[in-house]
Ligand binder design. Structure first.
Ligand code: FES
Length: 105
């Protein structure tokens, strides 16, 4: 797995999200209870950036049609979303937040 620094920890408060780039991926990075998580950045239902949605109770609500995903698992939680989000490994070292990318096929 290749680890890429995507942010400094202080760029995100709890229950916030931001779009970050990691290699070929555009991801949504989240901070929940001082832990960091990452999913693919685009909603699986349409063309909406999840980082522009709302983080609540460990879920991200899409800003376009209010579909919700579990941030930790990527699971699609309610209509209209039905396809889960891809999730990515995240680690924190000091103030630096890294996302783990799978090896190229
Ligand atoms: S684009 Fe996200 S719920 Fe429709």
């Amino acid at each position: 797995m290749e680890w890429i620094k995507v942010a400094s920890a202080d760029e995100l408060g709890n229950d916030e999200a931001k779009t970050v780039g990691a290699g070929p991926y555009s991801l949504a990075l989240y901070r929940i209870e001082d832990e960091f998580f990452a999913t693919e950045g685009m909603c699986t239902h349409g063309k909406a950036l999840l980082s522009e949605g709302w983080v609540e109770d460990g879920c991200i609500e899409c800003p376009l049609h209010q579909g919700r995903f579990d941030i930790r698992t990527g699971k699609a939680m309610c209509a209209p979303v039905t396809v889960d989000l891809r999730t990515f490994a995240v680690k924190r070292e000091g103030d630096d937040v890294y996302v783990g990318l799978p090896p190229a096929p």
